[in-house]
Design a protein around this ligand. Structure first.
Ligand code: NDP
Length: 477
């Protein structure tokens, strides 16, 4: 009997997604390339995790393709970049018109645009789908963000909805995000938000550890107690767990204290920041989170500089400050989501994608790394007003922001005074303060530009779009 879906690439994600489809009673064909001298991943998978399943493994790509029911649906789960192109080149001659290729890796949306154009010309439907939730999500229910050839959606919808996570409201965490690279774009923005929230939580840890002299058990307890109501989220849940895990080498100590403070990154945060710069959308918090990881990677330089400068930390009173810090974290999360949705809005305008904002929030509310109770009011806000320009202007979020910004400011001020590096807390606050400033000092920037470069400026007392130039030197008294 032919399979409902084929999975090409049996890495961490491919294997777990195959098992998830199998659990949902879809027939799965599985394939992985075999490099000379390397272990046979197909055999390993079939003899290991897939041994008691109905999954069929194939060692020849032709047999793999032939084993799938037409119109074929093949999910490619390989490393993003050139490997995806080489897999497409390998599969293309074996496919028939109407077959569907799905790329579930973290591909760049521009690559997905290109691939989808090329394949649609040959009547092969192409879908680029964001998959979030890591290994565990892939196995038990990921959040899925598909986009691409619209005609493929009805074909793959039942499969995707069956394996996806379920939101707190009981819906599948999976929605069609629009044409071409829209799905991968939404996944990229998801990851940008993830960078910002992770860094914000890390800065709370820094303030607790140094500013309030809290120990790991106390920090675990605090994060755990925060993980409720509006702050309830997957990232807080795992953070609380992390502070409870002892070092296997020495169980009198915690692993967290032995982990080198150099953050890695695979590039989706950087893509988000670069795209924001290209589309002209201010994403200071997300961009700063990328820089914070980059700054952390200069460990040796930081060690050298730390010997040169000394700043004394001013202690914080734990009892009051923890409540303030909790509010700062909420404020930061509101900005992280606001920035992400602002970029999605810009992409919708720039690329003409029909990204459904409320459904994006629903899709992120289960299964994925940034799942959070905040996504419910965010979805409701977009349902009420789909063209909302900035999330903070939605009544529900405005109220939350108003209730936290004073304490958020106190925390940021204290951290700066104490010499603690809190780049994302400060950048998020600056986003908020710039947004709510009716007047910014940009009049001076315009004057400077006009002075040195005759770039001209608009006047407050004249209609917008009318430009003026001043001969600054001549008018000096
Ligand atoms: P792994 O590193 O576990 O597996 C990578 C897979 O890609 C392997 O099957 C590998 O085959 C295959 N591959 C690499 N190069 C080629 C090539 N040139 N031709 C054919 N196959 C190739 O990766 P993951 O499963 O973790 O990730 C797969 C994709 O999913 C990536 O794009 C990743 O960014 C994305 N992703 C990962 C998440 C995670 O949490 N891990 C979450 C969401 C998305 P071989 O063994 O032969 O090298």
């Amino acid at each position: 009997k032919k399979s409902d879906i084929g999975i090409y690439g049996l890495g961490v994600m491919g294997q777990n997604l195959a098992l998830n489809f199998n659990d949902n009673e879809f027939r799965v064909s599985a394939f992985n390339r075999k490099l000379p001298g390397e272990d046979n991943l197909v055999k390993e998978f079939m003899n290991g995790p897939a041994s008691k399943t109905a999954i069929q493994g194939f060692e020849e790509v032709e047999d793999f393709v032939q084993s799938i029911k037409p119109p074929r649906k093949i999910l490619i789960m390989v490393k993003a970049g050139a490997p995806v192109d080489s897999v497409i080149d390998q599969l293309r001659p074996l496919l028939d018109e109407g077959d569907i290729l799905i790329d579930g890796g973290n591909s760049h949306h521009a690559d997905t645009n290109r691939r989808s154009d090329m394949l649609e010309n040959q009547n092969i439907y192409y879908v680029g789908t964001g998959v979030s939730g890591g290994e565990e999500g892939a196995r038990n229910g990921p959040s899925l963000m598909p986009g691409g050839s619209e005609k493929a959606w009805p074909e793959i919808k039942p499969l995707f909805e069956s394996i996806a996570a379920t939101s707190p409201d009981g819906d599948a965490c999976c929605s069609w995000m629009g044409s071409a690279g829209a799905g991968h774009f939404v996944k990229m923005v998801h990851n940008g938000i993830e960078y910002a929230i992770m860094q914000m939580i890390a800065e709370c840890y820094e303030i607790m550890r140094l500013g309030m002299q809290m120990d790991n058990a106390d920090i675990a307890q605090t994060f755990s107690s925060w993980n409720s109501d509006l702050l309830s989220s997957y990232l807080l849940e795992i953070t609380a767990d992390i502070f409870r895990v002892k070092d296997p080498e020495d169980d009198r100590t915690y692993i967290i204290d032995h982990i080198l403070d150099k953050a890695g990154q695979k590039g989706t945060g950087r893509w988000t920041a670069l795209t924001a710069l290209e589309l002209g959308v201010p994403l200071p918090m997300i961009t700063e989170a990328v820089f914070a990881r980059t700054m952390s990677s200069f460990k040796d330089l930081r060690i050298k500089a730390s010997e040169e400068f000394e700043v004394n930390t001013i202690p914080l009173l734990k009892k009051e400050s923890l409540d303030q810090l909790r509010e700062a974290l909420l404020g930061g999360q509101l900005i992280a989501f606001s920035e992400g949705f602002w970029l999605l809005r810009a992409a919708k305008q720039e690329y003409g994608w029909e990204i459904p904002f409320a459904e994006v929030a629903d899709t992120w509310s289960g299964g994925c790394i940034i799942r959070s109770a905040l996504l419910k009011p965010i979805a409701a806000s977009f349902r009420e007003k789909p063209e909302l320009q900035h999330l903070l202007l939605a009544p529900l979020l405005k109220e939350m922001t108003n209730s936290v910004h004073e304490n958020w400011r106190l925390i940021a001020a204290h951290a700066v005074e104490s010499g603690l590096a809190v780049p994302v807390t400060a950048a998020a606050l600056a986003h908020f303060d710039s947004l709510r400033s009716e007047r910014l000092p940009a009049n001076l920037i315009q004057a400077q530009r006009d002075y040195f470069g005759a770039h001209q400026y608009e006047r407050t007392d004249q209609p917008r779009g009318k430009f003026f130039h001043t001969k600054w030197k001549e008018r000096l008294q």
